[in-house]
Design a protein around this ligand. Structure first.
Ligand SMILES: [Zn+2]
Ligand SMILES: [Zn+2]
Length: 379
């Protein structure tokens, strides 16, 4: 056990990181190693436990302070010694806690009164939309999973017609107190009651639908408005659509992470849109009226005579509506020029004739280039 990794290192944060940064880092790592995503992968499972353990300590003010001062020994008396200090460490995990913390929210720390109302955890989902939908806004059917109270038993976990009874081992508090010897003296700690699993109640005849848990995970599908201007990776929150509250507490929130599919022509940077426009070399030489695609449809644009590859023009206000509703980005169009291939004999003759009539006046860059070569290498 002495080779335990530093908790800050595990989460990839440092001592000065804010609660929010720690929470974000935890979410990221927990997702990375979640057992659902890595079935039968012992390494991922180990990492997942490690991440949860680190978060349990760093998200708790008291534990974090002890950890900062004493390291692992400050939060885990078993740490470092053979046999430890008597097993007072109660910071283990139960699977429910891990799942709860993963399926959203971090309000899930065990409370002293298991019957007190608690807010449901937050829930996350991902919604994939097209480039145009992101630019213009849309209404989307989104499916997500949330934990809801079981309809059959109304959340009690007891079979219809029966009700759960108060746990006699803990008197319904869900906690038992234990005195333990620790490096800091004898400390009274409490831990979840084994008899009732910390719930304070025992269900003798479990509800068959929810297996006595009182709660079931459901897949829901609901329609939501996605506002115009939303960008790839942004998160929208919908309050009250997360997991149902416990003991009539309020529901958690739903977070929708937006994933925008790439567009075949357009690219986005902020609220500006970028695209390329291929011209023939004749259009570039002579100038032309061309059609340019925009998010609002096609527009015509006059390309000036002598346009060069890489030249860029701007279509003001043809970009994306900003998310706060104020203003719109622009569209930038970069010119590319296609050199024609598979020329006929006649075309070649015309070009040769054209070339015979060309002079340095027609090729300013080229003239400059060869003058430089002359300077560098002499005649
Ligand atoms: Zn039920
Ligand atoms: Zn109990």
């Amino acid at each position: 056990m002495a080779d335990k990794r530093d908790y800050y290192e595990v989460l990839g944060v440092d001592k000065s990181s804010s609660d929010d940064e720690i929470k974000k880092a935890y979410r990221k790592k927990a997702k990375m190693y979640h057992p659902d995503l890595h079935p039968d992968d012992k390494e991922a499972e180990k990492n997942f436990k490690e991440v949860n353990e680190a978060y349990e300590v760093l998200s708790d003010k008291d534990k974090k302070a002890r950890y900062d001062q004493f390291g692992h020994a400050g939060v885990d008396p078993n740490y470092g010694g053979a046999g430890g200090y008597g097993g007072a460490y109660t910071g283990g995990f139960d699977v429910d806690d891990i799942l709860n913390s993963f399926f959203g929210g971090f309000g899930g720390r065990r409370q002293s009164n298991p019957n007190a109302p608690r807010r449901g955890n937050d829930v996350e989902t991902i919604c994939s939309i097209s480039f145009e939908e992101a630019a213009k806004g849309c209404r989307k059917k989104i499916s997500f999973q949330r934990i809801d109270n079981c309809d059959e038993c109304d959340g009690s976990g007891a079979k219809k017609g029966t009700s759960p009874k108060t746990c006699s081992a803990c008197g319904g508090t869900g906690q038992v107190k234990i005195n333990s010897r620790t490096p800091f003296g004898v400390v009274q700690t409490s831990r979840a009651c084994d008899a009732c699993g910390g719930r304070g109640r025992i269900v003798e005849n479990p509800c068959p639908r929810c297996d006595g848990k009182g709660r079931i995970r459901k897949t829901r599908e609901e329609e939501f408005n996605i506002p115009a201007g939303v960008d790839d990776g942004q998160r929208l929150s919908v309050s009250g659509r997360g997991n149902a509250g416990i003991n009539h507490g309020p529901a958690g929130d739903l977070y929708i992470t937006i994933s925008v599919r790439p567009h075949p022509i357009f690219e986005r940077k902020g609220n500006d849109v970028y695209c390329e426009l291929p011209l023939t070399f004749v259009q570039a030489c002579l100038g032309a009226e061309v059609i340019v695609p925009t998010l609002d449809g096609k527009v015509t644009y006059n390309v000036r005579e002598g346009t060069q590859p890489g030249d860029r023009f701007r279509l003001k206000g043809r970009g994306i509506q900003s998310l706060n509703g104020r203003g719109k980005g622009d569209q930038y169009v970069t010119v590319t020029i296609e050199v024609p291939k598979n020329l006929s004999k006649r075309q070649k003759e015309l070009l040769q004739e054209f070339d015979g009539n060309s002079s340095d006046k027609n090729y300013q860059n080229r003239k400059g280039f060869f003058n430089k070569i002359k300077e560098l290498f002499g005649e």
